[in-house]
Design a binder for this molecule. Structure first.
Ligand code: HEC
Ligand code: HEC
Length: 470
């Protein structure tokens, strides 16, 4: 059934969108047709902030502002700490680190997800804040859970109850976004669709909820890998196509659109996000935990500095990072994310005339038809690869013949391959089964970036050995 529907989307709907999608006006900073690459310059940032305060705020701050009444949840949560993933949120009450307990603006205690719902994971026996969770399953529809949750809260609390008011925004946005974030493959994250579905129902000036849609959303869910957060300190622009320009504190607030009531609260959150940004900039990548063959890695370094550094920069003593965006016809990786951001999604148009872009400090989304060559710090740990997470290992990234068309992970979060660097996988004949990544779908292709193909096996081994040291 799913395959049938997708086939229909592929054959009829996608070309239709492409053919008649309204071309947006060229945003300032966009480039003429024949550009090949562009280095993004730095922009003024808010700060300085206090990293510890930022980290504490990310874990238990009120930035989502609305959520499920604590009273409803309290009976069901753990009374003792079962694992390294649990945090004591009140004396004798433990919640998974992906969920926060905080006060809504009316003083009611509520719980909802936080940044680490997507940006935290257990890996190699440790909890890593800042490493993307690639096991969150967005292939399951959220429609029924959203509906059930709304009904339960409404049955338990009548309209006059403060718990109901503290849930209202979260309930509305959750219901609105639920049908729009179901992904066709496992292991990817629809964060930008989630933000788009929320702003579809937000007034751009005061950021309040509106029942009516402001624009139409594509019926097909594009999604991406979750980037590791330790690279933020090197970046002059955020997101895979470097569209996030200007003030980072504002850009980071896209994920609070799920519950934030209005621009008054947004201003308070933005002030705290100065500290969140300081925490992000203090993050370091994890070190490769096994033995590295130093002579081999030095050979790899020579190859890297000859073939890769113009785009990805240099590492070690003379560190540099060019913040270079490579145009689609040059990089040749799946174009859909870049196209979506530029021409199809309603998010950027909304954003660039909203509170985020109009009030100081100013931020903007300037989508380019290309992808930024990311810093490769800690790259050994952040599989799968490419913006859409379509390639399971670094070995396959550097040898396009080795890239599987359909691949499946075991579903175990510790099934990592420390030699090929990435997730252990099985190649499959088709997309049937759980945890399968189907690279034949629009937005999920594994083509392009063939810069590693010219190497022999020994050279590739050396390059991988070097990448372990970053
Ligand atoms: C629903 C999952 C989800 C949540 C919740 C979430 N993020 Fe993200 N985040 C993502 C994904 C996916 C991307 C990549 C999006 C893109 O480039 O289009 C991303 C991108 C980013 C980036 C840009 C990184 C880069 O290298 O360009 C930063 C910084 C970031 N998130 C910080 C945060 C913070 C801080 C929070 C909490 C306030 C947060 N995120 C909440 C999924 C999430
Ligand atoms: C012309 C510029 C360019 C060159 C040369 C280049 N890359 Fe890249 N690289 C990119 C871009 C752009 C991306 C992001 C593409 C995407 O996500 O669709 C990327 C992505 C990657 C990634 C995946 C990053 C991630 O987080 O998923 C790795 C690893 C990588 N490159 C390694 C290398 C190595 C090693 C070399 C040298 C053999 C190299 N690249 C040469 C531009 C380049």
């Amino acid at each position: 059934m799913i395959r049938k529907t997708l086939f229909f989307v592929l054959i009829t709907v996608v070309p239709f969108w492409y053919g008649c999608s309204p071309k947006l006006e060229m945003a300032p900073g966009n480039l003429p047709e024949d550009w090949k690459s562009k280095n993004i310059p730095p922009s003024q940032q808010s700060g300085p902030g206090d990293p510890e305060r930022g980290f504490a705020y990310m874990k238990s701050g009120e930035y989502i502002a609305s959520g499920v009444p604590w009273e409803m949840m309290k009976k069901k949560v753990n009374k003792r700490r079962d694992s390294l993933t649990e945090i004591e949120v009140e004396p004798g009450y433990f919640l998974n680190y992906k969920i926060s307990l905080f006060k809504a603006p009316n003083g009611e205690k509520v719980v909802s997800g936080n940044c680490f719902t997507c940006h935290g994971t257990t890996f190699n026996g440790k909890l890593h804040y800042g490493l993307g969770d690639t096991f969150y399953d967005f292939t399951k529809s959220q429609k029924a859970p959203a509906h059930i949750l709304n009904t339960l809260v409404k049955l338990k609390y009548n309209k006059k109850k403060p718990e109901r008011a503290a849930f209202e925004d979260f309930g509305n946005y959750y219901k609105a976004l639920a049908p729009k974030i179901t992904t066709p493959v496992f292991g990817v994250n629809p964060a930008f669709r989630l933000a788009e579905a929320c702003v579809q129902h937000r007034n751009p000036v005061d950021l309040t909820y509106e029942k009516a849609d402001r624009f139409e959303m594509m019926k097909y869910t594009m999604a991406t890998d979750v980037p590791p957060l330790w690279n933020v300190k090197k970046k002059n622009a955020l997101y895979y196509n470097a569209m996030g320009r200007g003030d980072f504190t504002k850009l980071l607030m896209q994920s609070v659109l799920l519950g934030l009531p209005d621009s008054t609260m947004a201003r308070k959150v933005q002030q705290e996000f100065i500290h969140v940004l300081a925490w992000l900039e203090s993050l370091e990548p994890p070190r490769y935990p096994k033995t590295i063959n130093r002579p081999l890695s030095l050979k790899g370094k020579v190859l890297f500095e000859k073939h890769c550094k113009d785009c990805h920069g240099t590492y070690g003593k003379n560190e540099s990072y060019p913040n270079k965006v490579i145009a689609l016809p040059v990089i040749k990786t799946d174009p859909w994310y870049a196209w979506y951001a530029k021409d199809y999604g309603g998010f950027n148009k909304w954003y660039n005339q909203s509170w985020f872009a109009v009030s100081a400090p100013v931020s903007k989304n300037v989508p380019l038809e290309g992808y930024i060559a990311p810093p490769l710090d800690g790259i050994w740990a952040s599989a799968p690869y490419l913006h859409n997470g379509s390639v399971p290992t670094l070995n396959a990234l550097l040898n396009s013949n080795e890239r599987p068309e359909f691949w499946q992970r075991s579903g175990k979060t510790d099934d990592y391959d420390f030699e090929n660097l990435g997730w252990r996988f099985k190649s499959k004949k088709n997309a049937a089964g759980k945890f399968v990544y189907d690279t034949t779908l629009p937005g999920y292709g594994n083509q392009g970036h063939t810069y590693g193909d010219k190497f022999g096996d020994e050279e590739r081994k050396a390059l991988i050995e070097y990448l372990k040291t970053l």
